[in-house]
Design a protein around this ligand. Structure first.
Ligand SMILES: NC(=O)NCCC(=O)O
Ligand SMILES: [Zn+2]
Ligand SMILES: [Zn+2]
Length: 483
């Protein structure tokens, strides 16, 4: 059966034009005027855009003695409700655990996914086994590797391990990712604050100042450059980290930066709230910052020095957050946002003139599809692309409330936000999954998206590194090899 989206305005990362979109099975098969199909969806007054891609989620993730509350079913349903048709989650091997064994565990969680998904593989320890298994992981279609520079004693890796892993990424044509915070300094600041009696959620923010993030970002950029690898910095929250990325890019380095919709729109005053629960629900790493940092992130999206807006959706209930009463270091780190990312970014970005519609599509979908080497299967409205389509009604409004959200947690960090701009229809690989307030998402519909290594950026960078590699000067009478 064919479907046609009629009378809408198509908005992609580089163009805006009137046209219909014809879908057959799971693909877009035609774009143009006056198309007809077996079933018609009316997009009058709407924008027809590629479905959102959130490259940073933690669904049913074991973390800080518990599991994040949204699983692949509720998480991807929330994603679809907000116009996001694909998520990329993180597979986290325990230190010492086989990457392949961990991947099997993560695969087992996905049987009820309502939307398409992929994984980043975390490197939480280093050894010959990890070196070898990274190649198998790439063969399985997972071509990005995450490194935590924080969470000392749990997920954190040191510079030596990162350099080894980044070199392996370069050789495999893969992309290293970093959570950039100086974990040693954070651990000491946490102990100092606790010793001074600072045990509330506000101390979480004091223990992770912007300088700590800026330093780690600079260090990761240097290590990637030495290893000859591109770099993707997740949850960039402050000017110090943005400045490092901006400077690296101006020097020709292949570095990408991902702010979160939370950091763009929520600020550090949340942690001063007299209600412990309110503040603890907003504990995430890095913490929310002040307005100057927010302005820097918005400017980065406009200037192109930051490329992607994600959520880092890692939702914990209030009950789980209360593990940290009396000791802020035990508050599970993470917030939700999957359902809200697109409406909040549209409202605070496009409706204020901070982003054009095309920039909105770029930062919510197309840029990450290119960075993760799955474009134009994902992130595009072109013939042959997966029919992951959002028909966006710029006039549709709601007030965000946990009472009618898809996430299973009992609050929403955007509670009370008025948004204007929401999906009218969402198609996931050609299936109608959202029609305004009706959610028809089907558990099990979501498929794993295989990604190829050696994206264009990897190829260009390795060519450049080969041309500029150190070369020995040949001298008469001196043996070339030193032995
Ligand atoms: N961001 C956060 O606080 N929780 C999720 C894990 C991570 O991304 O660091
Ligand atoms: Zn992180
Ligand atoms: Zn994360």
């Amino acid at each position: 059966m064919s479907k046609v989206i009629k009378n809408g305005t198509i908005v992609t990362a580089d163009r805006t034009w009137k046209g219909d979109v014809l879908v057959k099975h799971d693909k877009i098969i035609g774009i143009g005027p006056d198309l007809h199909g077996d079933h018609e969806y009316d997009a009058t007054g709407c924008y027809v855009m590629p479905g959102g891609i959130d490259p940073h989620t933690h669904l049913e993730m074991p973390f800080m003695g518990t599991y994040s509350a949204d699983d692949f079913e509720s998480g991807t349903r929330a994603a679809l409700a907000g116009g996001t048709t694909m998520v990329v989650d993180f597979c986290l091997p325990a230190p010492g655990q086989s990457l392949l064994e961990a991947l099997q565990m993560w695969d087992n969680k996905t049987s009820k996914a309502c939307a398409d998904f992929s994984f980043h593989m975390a490197i939480t320890w280093w050894g010959e086994q990890v070196f070898n298994e990274m190649a198998t992981v790439v063969d399985k279609g997972i071509t990005s590797f995450k490194h935590f520079m924080a969470y000392k004693g749990a997920l954190m890796v040191d510079d030596d391990e990162m350099y080894s892993s980044f070199q392996r990424c370069a050789a495999l044509g893969a992309l290293p990712l970093v959570h950039a915070e100086n974990g040693d300094v954070v651990a000491q600041l946490q102990q100092k604050l606790l010793a001074q009696g600072n045990n509330g959620p506000e101390a979480h923010a004091y223990s992770r100042p912007p300088e700590v993030e800026g330093e780690a970002t600079n260090r990761a950029i240097m290590i990637a450059d030495m290893a000859g690898a591109p770099l993707y910095v997740v949850h960039v929250s402050c000017e110090q980290a943005h400045e490092a990325i901006r400077r690296a890019r101006q020097k020709g380095m292949r570095v990408f930066g991902e702010p979160l919709v939370q950091h763009l729109t929520l600020d550090e005053t949340e942690y001063m709230n007299k209600d412990w629960d309110h503040a603890a629900r907003r504990v995430m790493s890095p913490p929310f910052r002040n307005r100057l940092h927010q302005d820097s992130l918005w400017a980065g999206l406009q200037a192109g020095s930051l490329q992607v807006v994600a959520t880092d959706h890692c939702a914990f209930t209030t009950e789980q957050k209360r593990f940290g009463v009396g000791d802020f270091t035990k508050i599970p780190n993470g917030t939700g946002g999957l359902e809200d990312r697109m409406p909040v970014l549209w409202t605070r970005g496009v409706n204020t003139g901070r982003l054009t519609m095309n920039e909105f599509v770029a930062v919510t979908s197309t840029n990450i599809a290119k960075i993760l080497n799955m474009y134009p299967k994902k992130g595009a409205i072109v013939e042959g692309a997966d029919a992951d389509i959002v028909v966006w009604d710029p006039k549709r409004k709601k007030t965000i409330s946990s009472k009618n959200q898809q996430s299973v947690i009992d609050y929403n960090v955007f509670e009370g936000f008025e948004v204007t701009g929401m999906p009218r229809f969402v198609l996931s690989r050609g299936e109608l999954v959202i029609q305004e307030a009706d959610i028809m998402a089907k558990p099990g519909h979501g498929e794993f998206v295989v990604r190829e290594p050696n994206a264009a950026v990897n190829r260009a960078l390795s060519k450049w590194k080969e041309i500029t590699a150190p070369r020995q000067v040949e001298r008469a009478g001196i043996p070339a090899s030193g032995v």
